[in-house]
Design a binder for this molecule. Structure first.
Ligand SMILES: Nc1ncnc2c1ncn2[C@@H]1O[C@H](COP(=O)(O)OP(=O)(O)OP(=O)(O)O)[C@@H](O)[C@H]1O
Length: 201
């Protein structure tokens, strides 16, 4: 993924100011920044949900986007969500989704309605839906919000496994306690990215 000279403003509020970024295959990268720094705006632009006012984003491959806000239908079960997205994505089966569910310990909730799940379990489903088509580039906005410690560790194990399989993983968060797990860490500040170290934003 190649991001060049991306600018974006909401009215007079300039959020991104000529941002450049490369995400190479097999790299686990993190972007941190204070609340309101523009992290979600950047991910929306990278995923194509938002068009930048200037600049380009090139990714000639399949990507998965896990947005910060969980978008689920409360009356559908976990299994029904998977089937809905399987058909929408034209996947022959749920093989990869099952691997992700197993890794995150979501399998036992297959028959639960999304509206009855805890916040962390809803986030596991959100993440599974973003990863179920085995994307080459993963764009994850605060992917571990609501996770307990064990699930948090499992998330990082999964991210490392995907990186090992040659996937590019971008994790965006206001926390960067786990810098040692990342190949690259960037801080979004003043609308551009700066190399960062593992301290809280
Ligand atoms: N749709 C919008 N209309 C107007 N302003 C917006 C909109 N979306 C975001 N903003 C503003 O743009 C700035 C960046 O927001 P963004 O959500 O990208 O930041 P963030 O780094 O993801 O924050 P957080 O860590 O709180 O999620 C903030 O000042 C926010 O209020």
């Amino acid at each position: 993924m190649e991001v060049r000279d991306v600018w974006h403003a909401y009215g007079h509020r300039e959020v991104l100011r000529g941002l450049d970024f490369d995400l190479r295959p097999g790299v686990l990268a993190g972007i941190v920044g204070e609340n309101g720094a523009g992290k979600s705006t950047l991910l929306k632009i990278l995923s194509g949900e938002l068009r930048p006012q200037r600049g380009t984003v090139c990714h000639g491959c399949r990507f998965g986007y896990c947005p910060q806000d969980v978008v689920l239908n409360d009356v559908l079960t976990v299994g029904q969500h998977l089937e809905f997205f399987r058909v929408a994505r034209g996947l022959p089966d749920l093989r990869h989704a099952r691997e992700v569910m197993e890794a995150l310990r979501l399998t036992e909730y297959a028959d639960e309605r999304a509206g009855l799940l805890s916040g962390g379990t809803r986030q596991k489903l959100n993440l599974t839906l973003a990863l179920m088509h085995d994307p080459q580039v993963l764009l994850l906005d605060e992917p571990y919000q609501g996770f307990d410690w064990d699930t948090y560790q499992r998330f990082w194990d999964l991210a490392a496994r995907l990186r090992g399989a040659g996937r590019s993983v971008l994790v965006v968060s206001h926390l960067a306690y786990d810098a040692e797990r990342l190949d690259e860490l960037w801080r979004l500040q003043g609308g551009v990215l700066h190399p960062a170290t593992g301290v809280p934003a």
